[in-house]
Design a protein around this ligand. Sequence first.
Ligand code: VNL
Length: 390
Amino acid sequence: MQKRTLLKTAAAVAMLATGSVALAQSAPFKIGLILPMTGQQATTGRQIEAAARLWIAQNGDTVAGRKVQLIVKDDTSVPDVTRRVAQELIVNEKVDVLAGFGITPSALAVAPMATQSKTPLVVMAAATSSITEASPYVVRTSFTLPQAAVAMADWAPKNGIKTVVTLVTDYGPGLDAEKFFKSRFEFNGGKVPETLRVPLRNPDFAPFLQKVRDIKPDALFVFVPSGAGAAVMKQFGERGMDKAGIKLIGTGDVTDDDQLNDMGDVALGVVTSHHYSAYHPSPANKKFVAEFQKANKGLRPNFMAVGGYDGMRVIYEALKKTGGKGGGDALLAGMKGQIFESPRGPVFIDAQTRDVVHNIYLRKVEKKDGQLHNVEFDVLKDVKDPGKTK
Ligand code: VNL
């Protein structure tokens, strides 16, 4: 009798010690990945899903003994749909983490639900500065528009650009880009005679570009979300803006690697500021690009892919730190302060702001081996979001 009890106790102790075994048999760790898989922002969804799947292929689908399950949901980049999908994922699927978020309005729509349910929300794409302040459960692995825009506003006046017209998409990230570019550029002695805003849905750039032609500034500064850059570039060329002596500058969203190679020679020489180029010369990036392309019929990864890939790392590392247990607050604590080498370069998740700190590169579009690339020529190290009020 005594012996049997002892054996039972020993078995129970062994079970506890190998908690990972018990956890592997328990519910999977669910990541609800909400992305625009169809509609105007579909390239962002495609890039991030491909990157998340690459991360899992490279790192396995078990973390600290816990099986990881990725649940991808299409929100068509309509915030009401994002909200509904997030609700389903939280209530029915009981996801451990929410991730993705192609555009700012989608991230903002779900932030209060993350707070209420204590679910970490990993923003992999959206880039308006204020998103991280919308909930203490938001962690960001993409970038912020102020990070990129300020770098361009410092570079331009040192390179013969004294007057600039800004052209941005009329919502969160565009307004951040306009505000931070303009104020820093004017502080540096530059002039901004006009600020133009185009709608997010079905933009027609032609009338705006005509206006820019008439004003004839040294340069046009552009922010459009990933996926819209090729249309801007095409019309910029068709209207002979470059031949009229107007330079195109902007944040790297306009020379997005997803589309850059098909933009044609009009893109040659365009200078942008951004955190990621597929041409970044580090070994880590070369490996990332090669394996991404191999898994996706030659598709070149863009900055969205890197936001997704790094987001998966942040989730995996946090889960590891909890020994596979998870839990909203424990995961969040494990995400804060992470430091790692990303394909973009060194990355730090600021524990105070939960926002990404990384290098911002100045890049020029050049032809390399017959392909158009954003070739980095200067770097600002460890740039924090200049948009934070706290
Ligand atoms: C956002 C910012 C979206 C930058 C983007 O592409 C982008 C956003 C879809 O915050 O909505 O390139």
